[in-house]
Ligand binder design. Structure first.
Ligand SMILES: NC(=O)c1ccc[n+]([C@@H]2O[C@H](COP(=O)([O-])OP(=O)(O)OC[C@H]3O[C@@H](n4cnc5c(N)ncnc54)[C@H](O)[C@@H]3O)[C@@H](O)[C@H]2O)c1
Ligand SMILES: [Zn+2]
Ligand SMILES: [Zn+2]
Length: 383
């Protein structure tokens, strides 16, 4: 089959690989119809995630048609078109029982912190990803959800990560009616977080980035007030001036470890690797939130140390909440929001590419070229 093939930092190509096989009675094999490239994939692509092995296939946001099922699969049937949450979860462990599907204790025997994620290095379980014509789906009765007849598969594929992650970012913010919410990052996740903040009753939503085309998108789609951080000297002071000198009620970090905006953090974290990437967006979030406020982190950080201003967290009495999105838990609610027209996930898709062009897809998305918000690959011509 054809699949994306990681060849080392900044090198991905489409290559022929062996077909995936049923390895466990609870597995299914899908013929992939849609597979997104995510901001999380950029961390892999840049070689920043430990144990990202040459020859592996990325891709954790995909839909596909069930081609084959293992002997213990009861619910899924051959021919079903399903969307697949990016978390691989057993559905039965201590954490899955609490609906913490992003923190499953069984799916990633290599680590006790990170759960299992498709195509996300051996630190996330070493599973092959869905930027391929076919993919193996473990625990097939747990994650995959049949795409209802009324749902556009382009909306469905956005429900595998971007929509639940943006929604959970807003949810973890504990937004109260009328709250001022600041979202750092106007990528697909930040844009969706801004949109979802309104669903929780926000009174004001501000989005911060440095890419004018993304800020324009967030302004329209959020809708949100948008600010270019290159034009702001002191972020905390700026947000305080915007909020009667109190600070924002809620700050959301939808950037993660590759943040721009601080020469110091870029030098320490990205060049010298003395910390795990640059955490400047998280600094801004902590320093811009009001005392007693909530900082919600969905931007991805590695397990090793970062220079985080924990003293400010303590002295300001901030609640810091963070997680991988628990996609399966949120799907029923998000499907209702989709059905009622509160969210329009596929509107974020700017680039549709055949799998053969995966290399271009990564380049365009990583370099933020051509107005790119969200690129989607269509293996098997999307059928
Ligand atoms: N927790 C989860 O479950 C989960 C799921 C999906 C993605 N993520 C993470 O969310 C983050 C965003 O994902 P995405 O797909 O939107 O990525 P993206 O790369 O498309 O977007 C990131 C945006 O942040 C902007 N940015 C850079 N530095 C900034 C700063 N200092 N302040 C404000 N904005 C800044 C960039 O210009 C870019 O527009 C990534 O870290 C990704 O790994 C987490
Ligand atoms: Zn993703
Ligand atoms: Zn589990």
């Amino acid at each position: 089959m054809l699949a994306a093939d990681y060849r080392g930092p900044f090198r991905i190509r489409a290559a022929r690989k062996p077909m995936p096989k049923i390895e466990h009675p609870q597995d299914a094999i899908l013929r992939v119809t849609r597979s997104c490239i995510c901001g999380s994939d950029i961390h892999l692509y840049r070689g920043l995630v430990p144990d990202t092995r040459v020859g592996t296939t990325f891709g954790h946001e995909f839909c596909g048609v069930v081609e084959e099922i293992g002997s213990a699969v009861e619910d899924l049937q051959v021919g079903d078109h399903v969307l697949v949450p990016f978390n691989i979860a057993c559905g039965q462990c201590h954490f899955c029982k609490q609906k913490l599907y992003g923190n499953c204790h069984e799916a990633n025997p290599a680590a006790t912190a990170a759960g299992g994620i498709y195509g996300y290095s051996h630190t996330a379980g070493g599973y092959e990803g869905g930027q391929a014509e076919y993919v193996r789906v473990p625990y097939a009765d747990v994650g995959p959800l049949r795409i209802p007849a009324w749902m556009d598969p382009d909306d469905a594929v956005m429900l595998t990560d971007v929509v639940p992650t943006g929604y959970q970012a807003a949810e973890m913010g504990g937004i109260q009616t009328g709250d001022t919410v600041v979202v750092f990052g106007a990528g697909p996740v930040g844009i969706m977080a801004a949109r979802c903040a309104w669903l929780f009753g926000a009174g004001r939503v501000l989005v911060v980035d440095h890419l004018p085309y993304r800020l324009a998108f967030a302004q329209r789609y959020g809708p949100a007030e948008v600010y270019d951080f290159r034009e702001i000297d002191d972020m905390a002071l700026f947000i305080k001036k915007e909020t009667d000198f109190l600070g924002a009620d809620v700050c959301i970090d939808a950037v993660g470890a590759e943040a721009a905006g601080s020469a110091l953090h870029s030098l320490f974290g990205k060049r010298l690797k003395l910390e795990a990437g640059s955490a400047i967006a998280l600094h801004w979030a902590i320093n811009s939130v009001k005392k007693g406020g909530i900082v919600s982190v969905v931007g991805v950080y590695g397990p090793t140390g970062n220079m985080i201003p924990i003293g400010n967290v303590l002295n300001k009495g901030i609640t810091l909440r963070a997680n991988q999105a628990s996609v399966k838990r949120l799907l029923p609610r998000l499907i209702e929001h989709l059905q009622q027209g509160h969210i329009e996930p596929k509107a974020l898709i700017t680039h549709r590419l055949p799998l053969e062009e995966v290399s271009d897809g990564y380049h365009i998305f990583t370099a933020k070229l051509d107005g790119c918000i969200k690129p989607v690959l269509y293996p098997n011509d999307g059928r």
